[in-house]
Design a protein around this ligand. Sequence first.
Ligand SMILES: [Zn+2]
Length: 203
Amino acid sequence: MTTPSKPAFVHESSYVDEEVSIGRDTQIWHFCHVLTGSKIGERCRIGQNVVIGPRAEVGNNVKVQNNVSIYEGVTLEDDVFCGPSMVFTNVTTPSCAFPRNTADQFAPTRVGRGASIGANATIVCGITIGQHALIGAGAVVTKDVPAHALVYGNPARQHGWACECGVRLQASDDAKSAFSCPDCNRLYRFSNSSLARVTDNAA
Ligand SMILES: [Zn+2]
């Protein structure tokens, strides 16, 4: 039996501007601001002191920890995790004397489905983070991240691969796969130079 879904919950200390859509079962906690034109999916958990928008897009089942700003130009696909105090930027060359703060000067950033971003990481704008990528705490991500890549450091470099379930993958001794997950036993292999689940051998 499934629990019936509920309308979104917004704590009384938070502001939601006009023309915002918030999906069912989403919770927005203390001291947040959702700016006009933003879309937030269903079953999201938005922590304390989070700014979303204007016109940002957040998918379903996204978790945003405390102190995160999701600016215009940022898109989070379903199941993305944003750790506490991680940072998105939206302009590559910020300047007060030569302001570049209009929407057409923002470089869009996309975070793929199921990706997780560790606490205090910085994602420079204009980047695409692949599905199920794992960004280590404190990483400074300055270029695109492939699907399932595990990256960390400043500048962030790839140090391995991550499972859909978030655990670091290990080299596999199975002939049909390159990597396996020590936690959930999912198997992966390279297909067109990107890592993909082996689906004909479900764990
Ligand atoms: Zn796994």
